[in-house]
Design a binder for this molecule. Structure first.
Ligand code: AMP
Length: 204
């Protein structure tokens, strides 16, 4: 099962991707985590990514694609994966389609978590407060100003993906404002339907 989680920052993509990954026994691949790891490792690409991330801009497509595709070719993705935060541009979506097609594969579903802007700001503030309470490192891009930029970036560069995947017939939208457990149930229903509809031997 190959899934993509789509939605603005703070919509709950990572929370839901983690839950689904644990439940379905497939890896959760977060582009943001892969990029933050590259930045922390002082890899040359990390330096290029760091400034864009701190501003709330997107990291250039070629850098993200190289990091994500290397991970997707890892040994633990044979039964599928849940992509969180990738793709974020039409160019990335097309590159992902090509990457999978070259391997005789395709996406099973793209799950959009819908959320209202004011709720995103509140959620990111809560994520920050939680990080402080747990003495975890705070993300440099989790502040009000950068968050506004990230929401704007989502609307401008990522939301066109909704139509792209709608046209492919694989977009499923879920109300991300519902409590976490209800969002999870909605996602479970989508996945269950996919499994029922799946043509035997198809590989989505
Ligand atoms: P996230 O952890 O998903 O909120 O991502 C944190 C930041 O990493 C984003 O604000 C971007 O700067 C960068 N980033 C994550 N995924 C991508 C992507 N697919 N394309 C470009 N930049 C990305």
């Amino acid at each position: 099962m190959r899934l993509v989680m789509l939605g603005p920052p703070g919509a709950g993509k990572s929370t839901q991707a983690q839950r689904a990954a644990a439940k379905y026994g497939i890896p959760h691949l977060s582009a943001g985590v892969l990029l933050r790891t590259a930045v922390a490792s002082d890899a040359p690409v990390g330096a290029l990514a760091k400034d864009a991330m701190a501003r709330g801009d997107l990291v250039p497509d070629d850098i993200v694609q190289a990091i994500v595709f290397e991970r997707l070719d890892g040994p633990d993705t044979h039964n599928g994966f849940i992509l969180d935060g990738f793709p974020r541009t039409i160019a990335q979506a097309k590159a992902l389609d090509r990457f999978l097609r070259d391997r005789g594969l395709g996406l099973g579903a793209v799950i959009e978590l819908k959320a209202k802007d004011h709720a995103l700001v509140e959620r990111i503030a809560a994520r920050n407060a939680n990080a402080v309470a747990c003495r975890e490192p705070r993300r440099i891009d989790d502040n009000a100003e950068v968050l506004r930029s990230r929401i704007h970036t989502y609307q401008r560069q990522t939301s066109p993906l909704l139509d792209y995947y709608r046209r492919q017939g694989i977009l499923h939208s879920v109300d991300g404002m519902l409590p976490i457990a209800e969002v999870e149930q909605e996602i479970d229903r989508i996945v269950a339907r996919l499994q029922i509809e799946r043509v035997p031997d198809s590989d989505v």
